[in-house]
Design a protein around this ligand. Structure first.
Ligand SMILES: Cc1cc2nc3c(=O)[nH]c(=O)nc-3n(C[C@H](O)[C@H](O)[C@H](O)COP(=O)(O)OP(=O)(O)OC[C@H]3O[C@@H](n4cnc5c(N)ncnc54)[C@H](O)[C@@H]3O)c2cc1C
Length: 482
């Protein structure tokens, strides 16, 4: 996302842009793959910016044909199915959600009302996104402050507390547990509340066709604007002369030269691999040493059964937890992908099961194909038993099984430890960003999820735009968009 976005904005601003991508597909982590006629989507659960006219929607329109895509919005974003038949529906509509939460736990009225109020405030907010931090001048501050007035209080309160700590205020243990399952509970509460806000505004849908089709739309835009894309071109090293980036050494031994190098590849492999640790910063070192990351394993099943009308997204409590390294999963996330019929042959469905998983759990056996396969098979068996319990109709109808581990994600994209949203930055770290330039190295910029975690797709796309804005400013050019 970051690389394609940077490429598109570079072309539009009259730079000659060429992308070198190791894979034979666009999208990086935003991908999908086909197995036995089924499409396994490896990424998008919700995409912020799908609502026409929203702030991120305007930014997506600059880089892809989002306004021509069918967007699937769900009334119930996720259902949490706890023990003893307890169910909590996370309605996208905040009024319905509030009503449902109050019915579930009247004793939590105050905290529920505060939560919903905060989400309502954020659902109408315009964040100052379009200009990178690096280009802010002191005279921009009063205007920024003025624009953000309505949300400053909410932002201040929620960005300083983790989801886990905020939810500790709930008296009802099931509500506490259920709300902590929407996303990793180490994130700051602002992430959860802004997701509820985006769902309410119908700005966090699923683009029909899925992640790879979405990435293809950016690829098209880049090519239409005259960008050049080289697939199967793994970068081994970033060439540097006199502390100035001058080009790339590719895996096949060839060298390419350019005036500016932007890495939209994983930050760890860029800094410690492609740049041989020469331009690391204390912040980057410390972050990789100390900040946690989350990675997940995805077991996808192709079932010869149409599950239309069944629950589409559920976190289901298991009788016994599944432990994958240091991650103890008490819940399994099940997605019945029948909401997008393009992902399976007619009358059939993909069910995706997702669990948190330590990268190390798989890494330990990744060099031993037999052992690695055994581990995958064992997990697939456990998952199938859970899926058959939840959707008994699939028994005897599973005709495709696919297991993608954090090692799989890492192998295909180079992402460090299979991390899907970069580091989990604790709320006390404040507004955490990694500078897009490295100390001592000129003509080099870094984009992507690691520089503004937790970026996700919209944030990663935005970093690509920001890098080009910085370059335009450096070249005393006015940054133009369509
Ligand atoms: C399972 C999963 C679910 C997710 N769900 C969502 C979601 O619902 N919503 C959301 O917004 N986000 C989601 N994300 C997060 C989102 O996918 C990422 O934050 C985002 O895609 C990161 O984009 P990026 O451009 O920074 O990096 P990447 O996608 O990692 O792209 C890096 C690119 O660089 C290439 N590359 C790496 N090294 C080299 C090299 N040496 N030479 C040449 N090319 C190289 C890679 O092949 C890749 O194409 C999810 C991620 C995962 C894994």
């Amino acid at each position: 996302m970051a690389g394609l976005s940077a490429g598109i904005h570079a072309c539009r601003n009259d730079y000659d842009a060429e992308i070198y991508e190791q894979h034979n597909l666009p999208g990086g982590l935003c991908t999908a793959w086909d197995r036995k006629g089924y499409t396994i989507d490896g990424c998008i659960h919700w995409l912020v910016g799908t609502g026409p006219g929203s702030q991120f929607n305007r930014l997506w329109r600059e880089v892809c044909a989002i306004d021509n895509m069918e967007i699937i919005n769900r009334d119930i974003f996720m259902s949490v199915e706890g023990s003893d038949g307890k169910i909590l529906h996370l309605y996208s509509d905040l009024d319905r959600l509030e009503e449902h939460l109050l019915e579930t736990s009247p004793a939590d009225e105050v905290v529920i009302k505060n939560l919903i109020k905060a989400a309502r405030v954020l659902s109408t907010a315009d964040f100052p996104l379009e200009k990178p931090n690096e280009l802010y001048r002191f005279w921009d501050m009063p205007l920024m402050f003025f624009n953000m007035m309505p949300i400053l209080k909410v932002m201040g309160q929620l960005s300083r507390i983790s989801i886990k700590d905020y939810l500790a205020e709930f008296e009802d243990p099931f509500l506490r547990e259920a709300l902590s399952l929407v996303m990793p509970a180490g994130y700051s509460m602002i992430s959860l509340v802004s997701t509820l806000a985006s769902l309410h505004s119908r700005d966090a849908g699923f683009p029909a066709g899925g992640s790879l089709a979405f990435a293809r739309s950016l690829e098209n835009r880049f090519l239409e604007l005259g960008g050049r894309l080289n697939y199967g071109s793994r970068v081994k090293e970033i060439l540097v002369e006199n502390n100035c980036a001058t080009g790339l050494l590719l895996q096949d031994g060839s060298k390419v030269y350019g005036d500016i190098v932007i890495s939209a590849a994983d930050l760890h492999s860029t800094v410690y691999g492609m740049l041989n640790s020469r331009y690391r910063s204390a912040k980057i070192d410390e972050s990789f040493d100390h900040l946690p990351v989350y990675s997940s394993v995805q077991v996808s099943l192709g079932v010869d059964s149409d599950l239309t009308g069944e629950t589409e997204s559920a976190a289901v409590k298991m009788d016994s937890p599944i432990t994958l390294g240091y991650e103890h999963n008490r819940y399994i996330y099940l997605t019945n992908c029948s909401f997008d019929p393009s992902l399976a042959p007619a009358g059939k469905t993909v069910i995706k099961a997702t669990l948190y998983s330590a990268y190390e759990h798989w890494e330990a056996s990744a060099d031993n194909p037999e052992r690695y396969r055994e581990k995958k098979n064992k997990l697939a068996e456990q998952v199938i038993s859970e899926v058959e319990k939840r959707f008994p109709v699939v028994k005897g109808r599973i005709e495709m099984i696919d297991v993608a581990t954090p090692v799989t994600f890492s192998r295909y994209t180079g992402v460090w430890k299979g991390a899907y949203m970069a580091w989990i930055v604790p709320p006390e770290a404040g507004r955490f960003k990694i500078p897009k330039e490295l100390p001592g190295l000129s003509n080099f910029y870094q984009a992507g999820q690691w520089v503004e975690p937790p970026a996700g797709l919209p944030g990663s796309m935005l970093t690509g735009r920001h890098v080009i804005q910085i370059i335009c400013s450096r070249d005393a050019k006015t940054f133009v968009v369509e």
